[in-house]
Design a protein around this ligand. Structure first.
Ligand SMILES: [Zn+2]
Length: 480
């Protein structure tokens, strides 16, 4: 089976922040989970380079646009490598393979009779040399150039989105899991039920971006350019035979993905993606992060301080997927010390220390055998719960179930006082139970904390029915 998951393509002029990191980590969790089920993975992320913002940012940096985008694309790729992201593709919208697919999709939508020329009216900022949104204005002026924008009209191509209202609503009805979580799907449906307006699909006189076929004075606007990246990654035939299973997005771009994108695909005669999964926003100690407040949480600072697995764990465990979540140093530290240092880290160290002592002892080591029923049941139950939670995007609940299994193991160590058991066979059996539990826990962890999972698994080796256990280095040193 194939599984195709995507992140949005991020504006190349942005710096990777915690919101980008979260959306991308979620896609990585899904990719790694499905890989652990034996599926073949296509996992794409990338950058949008064709926006007017790119031109502005390159100018500001005093660089040629191409040199600037090359440099920034490298920054994004390096960022994801640092967070252990397992993407199989990284797409840049200036690549030739993308231009070809965009032209093809434009041609299909045009051939379907869904494009027409009309007059676009918008707020134009001379400083930006671009249209800006009313919602971007501060006290009626452009916050960057401190000038009032002009109302400007220009000829654009429009897409007949209005004609897709009924088709979209019918599609939503037939696919009750199309948008996750359900409350956001409800918002999308209500929005579409109120009626849709045609949308501007091009901009006049741009020298950056992809030209409209047969009308080079028009550049294709974001919808028929950026969104099409998901097809580019697979090629048109690849998309026809297997469209994306999941698009992960932030809630701010959900409508584009759940309304405009499916309508475009219907128009182009192409299959629709399986699911759109939208995450909420992350606040910093209850306060919205913003450039002006300078209170953005830098994911790479967290990695430097706590390690990549701890950062991933925090986001996945602390935030209920789909809802808004909050980061604070206090919460991060509490999760880290309680769940990772004292929880999993301590349990692994206890079990592997005891098992290592047994290796090479007079008892002949821990022998592979049959699990006590409470252990086989705990392992089977945990796996079943995790499978269900993963299918429902309940990552926090999946982790909670795994940590319940760790607590069960911890209680067993305390209750039986394994180290005091005199009978070799009884002690060997207790250790077999515990190492097996730890091994099974580690097998469920790769989607969430891949490095730690690898470290634990590498400490456990069954050879000819005898365990070779090594106590690993401290997995999560306590932080103050
Ligand atoms: Zn401006």
């Amino acid at each position: 089976m194939d599984f195709y998951v995507t992140t949005p393509i991020y504006y190349v002029n942005d710096k990777p922040h915690i919101g980008h990191a979260y959306t991308t980590i979620v896609a990585d969790v899904l990719a790694r989970w499905r890989a652990s089920q034996g599926e073949h993975i296509t996992f794409s992320t990338g950058v949008d380079e064709n926006s007017q913002k790119t031109v502005d940012a390159a100018k500001k940096a005093g660089e040629e646009i191409r040199a600037y985008t090359d440099r920034m694309a490298d920054i994004w790729q390096a960022a994801w490598a640092k967070l252990g992201i397992s993407n199989t593709d990284f797409i840049r919208t200036t690549e030739e393979r993308h231009l070809e697919v965009v032209r093809d999709i434009w041609g299909r939508i045009d051939a379907a009779g869904d494009l027409y020329k009309g007059t676009y009216e918008g707020l134009y900022c001379k400083g930006h040399e671009a249209f800006i949104k009313e919602s971007d204005l501060v006290d009626g002026v452009c916050p960057e150039h401190k000038t009032e924008p002009e109302v400007v009209k220009e000829e654009n191509y429009f897409f007949k989105l209005s004609e897709y209202q009924d088709k979209l609503l019918r599609f939503y009805d037939a696919h009750p899991d199309f948008v996750v979580p359900a409350n956001r799907f409800q918002e999308v449906k209500s929005f579409v039920e109120q009626g849709l307006e045609d949308i501007s699909f091009s901009r006049e006189g741009k020298d950056w971006g992809i030209p409209v076929p047969n009308d080079p004075h028009q550049a294709i606007y974001v919808w028929a350019d950026a969104l099409v990246n998901y097809i580019t990654v697979k090629g048109i035939e690849g998309w026809e035979s297997h469209p994306a299973d999941v698009h992960t997005v932030g809630k701010d771009i959900l409508r584009f993905h759940a309304v405009i994108w499916p309508a475009m695909l219907m128009s182009a005669g192409l299959p629709l993606p399986g699911q759109i999964a939208a995450n909420g926003f992350i606040t910093n100690a209850g306060v919205k992060m913003s450039k002006s407040l300078g209170n953005g949480v830098n994911p790479f600072d967290l990695v430097a301080r706590y390690g990549v697995d701890a950062m991933r764990y925090f986001l996945l465990r602390e935030i209920q997927y789909g809802e808004d979540g909050d980061y604070s140093e206090e919460k991060m530290k509490t999760r880290y010390n309680a769940d990772l240092a004292n929880g999993l880290g301590n349990f692994a160290a206890r079990v592997l220390t005891l098992a290592e002592k047994e290796t090479g002892s007079a008892s002949g080591g821990v022998k592979f055998g049959e699990l006590d029923e409470e252990f086989s049941k705990t392992i089977a139950d945990t796996r079943r719960i995790v499978e269900g939670k993963m299918a429902a995007f309940r990552f926090s609940d999946a982790l909670a179930a795994i940590w319940d299994a760790v607590s069960f193991g911890d209680r067993y160590v305390n209750d039986t006082k394994v180290w005091e058991i005199k009978d070799d066979a009884v002690r060997g059996k207790a250790l077999f139970n515990l190492v097996s539990l730890l091994d099974n826990v580690a097998a469920l962890l790769p989607p969430f904390i891949p490095e730690t999972s690898r470290k634990i698994a590498a400490s456990i080796e069954w050879k000819d029915g005898i365990l070779n256990a090594k106590k690993p280095d401290v997995l999560f040193p306590r932080v103050k």
